[in-house]
Design a protein around this ligand. Structure first.
Ligand code: C2E
Ligand code: MG
Ligand code: MG
Ligand code: MG
Length: 289
């Protein structure tokens, strides 16, 4: 009986590998379908300029809309996309959406800057600059309104190429952020070698800042070195008021996290205050889709 056979496979020694493989095959098809059907969208999370007490920019975060219309977070599919090569299509799709969103902000007279997460492989691609430039010119976007966020894993395979591409983009007016700083194996090496504008202190150091003395040491040290190198610092996962107060005391430039604002499908409407914070810059509702 075929049922018995598949049950046997389920419990055989190589089941975990089979399961992983099957899962990857399934997700690959789901990601492909989502790309084909245009079922990817962006959410936006505000980033607070700490000393100015206003929104500096928004991070765009991708979500997949599944077959039943439910949102799937990137943690479910970005890694599989990276392993199966579909990440190139996701990167292109996401950058397209971000540039189109910037175009709609601009046409409404709004001066919005967006950061976009890219896989490591994106900037290793020789036509990355040409692709971005093509889009930016087609939509007539101000390059300074785009920040690219890179994580260590992505940037790294070829540090020389990465540094060269980033340098070329910086001359054109784009900005870069080193994401999830401090949790990779080579964070300091990348910081030394890549000409980025921003360092995003990983949320795991920030989340328990009020309770954890070691985390405060790490955040202060990362902040001091990054600023000493002329970078702006952004703390992720700011979840409570005490954390924001400590970060302010440490002189961290920007703060991002649930205490300030959650990722949302549209920018903050004008009548909505930043989560824990006093009135900030007035925003008007905007739907980018
Ligand atoms: P990331 O770039 O470090 O983004 C921050 C993640 O932390 C987001 O999760 C955000 O929703 C979440 N977050 C923000 N504030 C808080 C907080 O106060 N507390 C906690 N616990 N979490 C917070 P999300 O949207 O699920 O994204 C996860 C990761 O997926 C991102 O990490 C990024 O590496 C990747 N990603 C997201 N969008 C894209 C994309 O368009 N392209 C690529 N290649 N990767 C993406
Ligand atoms: Mg990011
Ligand atoms: Mg991050
Ligand atoms: Mg992170």
């Amino acid at each position: 009986e075929s049922n018995a056979r598949s049950n046997w496979h389920l419990y055989s020694a190589d089941a975990p590998e089979r399961y992983e493989l099957q899962k990857r095959v399934d997700w690959k098809a789901r990601i492909k379908d989502a790309l084909d059907d245009g079922r990817l969208l962006l959410h936006y999370q505000p980033i607070l300029d700490v000393s100015g007490n206003c929104i500096s920019h928004y991070e765009s975060l991708v979500r997949m809309v599944d077959e039943r219309g439910e949102l799937v977070p990137p943690g479910m599919f970005i890694q599989i996309a990276e392993k199966t090569g579909l990440i190139h299509e996701i990167d292109r799709y996401v950058v397209n959406m971000a540039v189109a969103a910037l175009d709609s902000f601009r046409r409404q007279g709004r001066d919005i800057t967006l950061s976009v997460n890219l896989s490591a492989k994106a900037i290793a691609n020789s036509d990355f600059v040409a692709t971005i430039e093509g889009l930016v010119k087609a939509y007539n976007i101000d390059r300074s309104h785009l920040i690219f966020e890179l994580t260590e894993t992505s940037a790294v395979e070829d540090i020389v190429t990465a540094a060269e591409v980033i340098g070329r983009c910086c001359k054109l007016g784009y900005k870069f952020a080193l994401d999830d700083f401090g949790v990779g194996f080579a964070s300091w090496f990348y910081l030394r070698r890549l000409p980025v504008d921003y360092v995003k202190i990983d949320g795991s150091f920030v989340r328990h800042l009020a309770k954890n003395f070691e985390d405060r040491l790490f955040v202060k040290a990362i902040n001091d070195v990054a600023q000493g190198l002329g970078k702006k610092t952004i703390a992720e996962f700011v979840e409570d008021e005490i954390a924001l107060e400590l970060l302010t005391k440490f002189g961290v430039d920007y703060a991002q996290g649930y205490f300030i604002g959650k990722p949302q499908p549209s920018l903050l409407p004008s009548d909505q205050k930043l989560a824990g914070i006093a009135p900030a810059e007035v925003m008007t509702e905007l739907n980018t889709q």
